[in-house]
Write a protein that binds this ligand. Sequence first.
Ligand SMILES: CC(C)(COP(=O)(O)OP(=O)(O)OC[C@H]1O[C@@H](n2cnc3c(N)ncnc32)[C@H](O)[C@@H]1OP(=O)(O)O)[C@@H](O)C(=O)NCCC(=O)NCCS
Length: 209
Amino acid sequence: MPLHKTINCFPDTQILLWNITETAEMLSEGLHLTQRSLDRLRNMKSDAHRCGFLSVRQLLLSLGYQDSDLYYDEFGKPHLTDGKHISISHSYEYSAIIISDRITGVDLELRRDKIAIIADKFIEPSFILDKNDPDYISKLTVNWGVKEAVFKIRNEKGISFKDHIDVKLFEMSDKKTTATLHFNNLQRQFDVYFEEIAEYTIVYLFERH
Ligand SMILES: CC(C)(COP(=O)(O)OP(=O)(O)OC[C@H]1O[C@@H](n2cnc3c(N)ncnc32)[C@H](O)[C@@H]1OP(=O)(O)O)[C@@H](O)C(=O)NCCC(=O)NCCS
């Protein structure tokens, strides 16, 4: 399936999702990849990874960006040559990009019960959940997605998901919440949005000025 969904959030922001059903060969059509991307593709161990990578380039192309408009810093964080902010995520059958004038991060996660097993490792003490809540797994997944997306904005060494990032409690029907990163002397607030698409959860957020 080509472009799966566009989420309209702010006029200066584009959020695009791809549902990956094609082969890597199909997903390569129309793309002009840089030598660096070709080398990366060749070194990828799985076809699933290659398809995630290529579907992101198809999403970029749909917005008029070539692969050469995208580059990575030494931490692996993506940037666009036109100065807009970009964040990328892929998870099995879906990939997502967000491009914005705002500082932004996105994360896609497949919802799985086994997230409950590692909840103690990333859930902060103030995020108190009822294990019998039918939305327990959904809420854990959003909490995790927030932290991955914050990390994509500020990937400083030493940031702990559990100790340094707090997510304000929410109901799934709210579709939004806020989060705070407090690390060393730094404090940053984020406006968080989330949505469930099939068995996946997308979380995207924006750093407040
Ligand atoms: C970098 C990280 C956030 C990527 O998340 P992920 O769920 O593994 O994978 P996703 O598909 O969502 O994101 C991958 C994309 O993130 C982007 N990315 C990679 N490193 C990044 C970085 N340092 N900063 C920002 N974005 C980054 C890339 O665009 C990458 O895709 P691409 O290389 O195909 O373009 C993750 O690997 C990570 O390091 N997380 C922190 C781990 C941690 O602290 N865990 C604590 C557990 S308690």
